[in-house]
Design a protein around this ligand. Structure first.
Ligand SMILES: Cc1cc2nc3c(=O)[nH]c(=O)nc-3n(C[C@H](O)[C@H](O)[C@H](O)COP(=O)(O)OP(=O)(O)OC[C@H]3O[C@@H](n4cnc5c(N)ncnc54)[C@H](O)[C@@H]3O)c2cc1C
Length: 403
């Protein structure tokens, strides 16, 4: 693979770079730290985060940058793997706003419907997703069915032209802000494992839905328990066939695990860590004088380069074969664990001062690294835990037998 941009790729890079420069909301576009609620900082509440994300998504849509890899006929840009990677790089380097609050719709539901949806479903749902008008959540995990998703028990009783849903989902991110949910239910009560499941689109305003937010150790209530008590879903909201929902789930999970440019955000974070080491007092000097800290920072810079190269390898394979390989799992393990190491080191640099936010409004990064450290713990759990990814690498990359 030639690692240099072709002239066409270079033009594409320039185009996204200059569009971002001209269009990023106030305060964004610089790696400098911005506090919550400040221009360029994360919005303070979940509602504000969703409202901000929707407005920015709309701006991306109007600029022709929403649904980058979606086919043009569905409102996307029809970009290939390499262009998508270039976009991810430039977006992270410009420190564009994190759009995770909309990502179930844009990154999972859209591609899943494009692949498996009916014409009516595509016409109804794709455009509002791209414009940021409708927010989606993902109702897959249940108590007792996370890594082992096929163990799920939420029932969907087919009654005429409706499916009546009863059961519980858990860890449903942003359910409290969502208009729609992708839900996987067991429509054949006698079925086992991957058989007899059905993938449905549920209007979150339907009677019988109770949402109970769960507070994480960061103090935020990002995800939820969602209870379904006789919720009626029209059969036209089934994606794929009744009883064949697992095929659709696999499409959604493959898209979720295939990201090739997550490491670019980490490169920005490492840059901030280096700055932190340069200015945090230690003895007569600063933390960056400490050989142990210097070794760690250099190690992370080398690991980021390895990550970038593995990302290129993944992208190259996708471009050639149209299928992600086990590199996707290798990337997920490597970036999520490196993410945690970077944040552990930030707290090591801060020392005792990092144990609690100082409460001093003049301290620019007050609470930032503590929050990031706590949040980084989630990365080795969502989108497939590290243990599950290692099982995949063992079987698919190393050819070892199933455990
Ligand atoms: C921030 C965040 C957001 C999330 N958002 C959503 C969402 O929007 N929608 C949704 O449906 N889910 C969501 N999840 C849930 C996530 O998909 C599950 O947490 C994940 O699949 C793990 O399942 P579990 O929590 O039930 O743990 P379990 O599957 O019970 O695993 C417990 C431990 O056992 C290990 N383990 C399990 N099976 C094996 C095995 N076969 N071999 C080796 N080790 C194993 C796991 O690695 C883990 O360490 C989210 C999770 C997080 C952290």
């Amino acid at each position: 693979m030639d690692l240099h941009d072709s002239p066409e790729e270079g033009r594409f890079r320039d185009e996204i770079r200059s569009w971002l420069r001209e269009n990023l909301p106030e305060g964004w576009g610089t790696p400098a730290y911005r506090g919550p609620g400040e221009p360029g900082g994360e919005p303070e509440t979940g509602e504000e985060r969703v409202a901000f994300g929707r407005a920015w998504q709309r701006r991306l849509y109007d600029g022709g940058w929403a649904g980058l890899s979606w086919p043009r006929e569905f409102g996307g840009r029809g970009a290939g793997v390499i262009e998508s990677m270039i976009y991810g790089q430039e977006y992270a380097r410009a420190r564009g706003p994190n759009l995770i609050q909309l990502s179930v719709g844009t990154a999972l539901v859209g591609p899943t419907l494009i692949h498996h949806g009916t014409d009516a479903q595509k016409a109804r749902f794709l455009e509002p997703i791209l414009k940021g008008d409708e927010v989606w959540c993902q109702g897959f995990s249940e108590p007792g069915a996370g890594s082992d998703l096929a163990n799920l028990r939420t029932r969907g009783d087919v009654e005429g032209d409706e499916i009546v849903v009863t059961g519980q989902k858990i860890w449903t991110s942003f359910a409290q802000h969502s208009q729609w949910c992708i839900l996987i239910v067991r429509t054949d009560p006698d079925s086992q494992r991957h058989k007899g499941l059905t993938f449905v689109l549920v209007d979150m305003k339907s009677p019988g839905i109770t949402i109970r937010p769960l507070v994480e150790m960061t103090g935020e209530a990002w995800f939820n328990e969602v209870f379904f008590d006789g919720v009626r879903v029209p059969v036209e909201n089934v994606v794929g066939e009744i009883g064949r929902g697992w095929d659709v789930v696999m499409t959604t999970l493959n898209v979720e695990r295939g990201s090739a440019s997550a490491h670019e955000g980490l490169a920005v974070q490492l840059g901030r860590l280096v700055e932190l080491a340069r200015r945090t007092p230690r003895g007569d000097g600063v933390a960056a004088d400490d050989p142990v800290i210097r070794q760690k920072l250099a190690q992370y810079a080398s690991e980021l380069m390895i990550l970038r190269m593995t990302g290129y390898r993944n992208a190259s394979r996708l471009a050639r074969h149209g299928q992600p390989g086990p590199e996707g799992s290798i990337l997920k393990i490597f970036w999520s664990e490196l993410d945690q190491r970077i944040h552990d080191t930030a707290l090591e640099i801060l020392g005792a001062a990092g144990l609690v936010p100082s409460g001093d409004p003049a301290a620019v990064e007050d609470g930032f690294w503590q929050h990031e450290l706590l949040w980084s713990r989630a990365a080795t759990i969502y989108a497939g835990t590290s243990e599950i990814q290692r099982n995949i690498v063992a079987q698919r990359a190393l050819g070892m037998p199933r455990g």
